[in-house]
Design a protein. Structure first.
Length: 455
């Protein structure tokens, strides 16, 4: 069978290969850590040699803060309405209040809070009103991590979204669209557009090395409605012979999940074979909720298979005015956040926020059901930020930010609490602390002034 030893990772990685496809497998006991557990952890891994994953999920337009902020602090806190979908996961995340993104404030360049918030969320840098070649921001925290741990995986990092990026033109009150639509920045002048198409991401994860074989395999699958798994059956049979009972069951369950995910994508495709090889196919669900869930599923499987250890996901870009007919809400989200105290508008904003939280809770539950080779779960070995660079959507403030941190960070985080900071702290202090736990060297991140100690 086709298998390789990861050149930089702590454990051996198994792959199923076929013509034009490459199906990475989750961590398995049969190919577990090849070193003593007492050995010092390397960057991007836990003390037991499992992959340590880092994710950043951004939602738009701030929060209905009185529905977000918990009552009390520490482990005895009472979660507010927005967190009701997270009840079963209470010991898997922590809520951190009194974080701020000062760089999203008006520093003399006028209105444009949504553009600045999108730009600042992962960079901690201030966006100035400029266009095209004058773009200047800063490297984002995910790319600081990817630069040092990305070489341990097939994909340095993934950027996910639900809308196509805009790199040119002016958007929010004269700000370059690139600021508002791109969370991740490889450098001060290079945004990394999020990918909204589930098929494109699926092919990146399972399509093998780009080239004639991959293009031919994709064409054959599309023409015959075949699965990537049809191309690796021989390798899968060979693999099973070398696995123990637990790993065989784990692989069977995983492959069934891959097929289910593939079927979901196929359901939404209106594919016509392109004249040019690998022209981007249609495949984006019409319903926003199904689209968000599908992107979360791809993010989860990327972490499970250690295809990447760094992901950013924008569930909707800042300033998004998307109506949500699946919630019987016909007004735009952004419009509703400017409620000026209107009870009905605030109620609808609360419904939207809780709905997004349901999507996030579903994702975390999926990670917590994925077992790593050491008996822990993928969520145990992850650090996932969920938040926004606007505090209250009506006020457009950039302090008292709505932020949750999920996962145990491979045993380095202390979830199950409400962490109420006594003094406002830069959001980037949280990022710097996460990079430390990732084993990534970074003197600072954006406007960070230190490390957030109590997480």
């Amino acid at each position: 069978m086709s298998r390789r030893i990861a050149s930089h990772g702590a454990s051996r990685r198994a792959f199923l290969r076929g013509l034009g496809v490459c199906v990475a497998l989750p961590t398995l006991e049969s190919f577990g850590p090849a070193r003593a557990l007492a050995a010092a952890a390397r960057p991007g891994e836990t003390a037991s040699g499992m992959p340590l994953r880092m994710g950043f999920v951004a939602f738009p337009n701030g929060s209905n803060y009185e529905r977000w902020k918990p009552k009390g602090e520490g482990r005895d806190y009472t979660p507010n309405e927005t967190f009701a979908p997270m009840a079963a996961l209470r010991e898997k995340f922590q809520i951190i209040t009194n974080l701020a993104h000062d760089a999203a404030n008006d520093w003399g360049d006028g209105p444009g809070d949504h553009a600045r918030s999108g730009a600042t969320f992962l960079t901690g840098a201030h966006a100035w009103k400029a266009r095209g070649a004058q773009l200047r921001l800063g490297i984002s925290v995910d790319q600081v991590a990817a630069a040092q741990v990305g070489g341990m995986t097939r994909i340095d990092s993934l950027q996910l979204g639900t809308e196509s990026s805009k790199l040119y033109g002016a958007c929010d009150t004269g700000y370059a669209c690139a600021y508002q639509y791109n969370l991740s920045w490889a450098s001060a002048t290079t945004p990394l557009p999020p990918e909204p198409n589930p098929r494109v991401l699926f092919e990146k994860l399972f399509g093998g090395v780009p080239g004639p074989d991959r293009e031919a395999a994709l064409r054959r699958r599309m023409e015959g409605r075949k699965s990537v798994l049809d191309f690796v059956l021989e390798d899968a049979r060979s693999l099973r012979k070398s696995l123990g009972r637990n790993d065989r069951a784990k692989v069977d369950e995983y492959l069934a999940g891959v097929r289910k995910l593939e079927e979901q994508i196929q359901k939404h495709e209106r594919f016509r074979l392109p004249d040019a090889p690998l022209a981007p196919p249609a495949g984006i669900p019409e319903g926003h909720g199904e689209h968000v869930d599908l992107m979360y599923d791809l993010m989860a499987i990327a972490f499970q298979t250690d295809s990447t250890r760094v992901v950013s996901f924008c569930v909707a870009p800042e300033g998004s005015n998307r109506p949500l007919p699946e919630l019987n809400i016909t007004e735009g989200h952004h419009y509703l956040t400017h409620h000026a105290g209107d009870v009905e508008k605030r109620k609808k904003v609360g419904i939207i926020e809780r709905w997004y939280m349901e999507r996030f809770a579903r994702f975390l539950a999926k990670l917590d059901a994925m077992q790593d080779a050491d008996g822990s779960t993928v969520l145990d070995n992850a650090m996932i930020v969920y938040g926004c660079a606007i505090g209250d959507g009506n006020r457009h403030n950039h302090d008292q930010l709505p932020v949750a941190l999920a996962g145990r960070g491979g045993g380095t985080l202390n979830p199950g609490r409400h962490v109420l900071l006594r003094d406002a702290a830069p959001m980037t202090n949280l990022y710097a602390a996460m990079l430390d736990r990732m084993g990534v060297r970074a003197e600072r991140v954006g406007d960070s002034t230190g490390r957030l100690e109590d997480i």
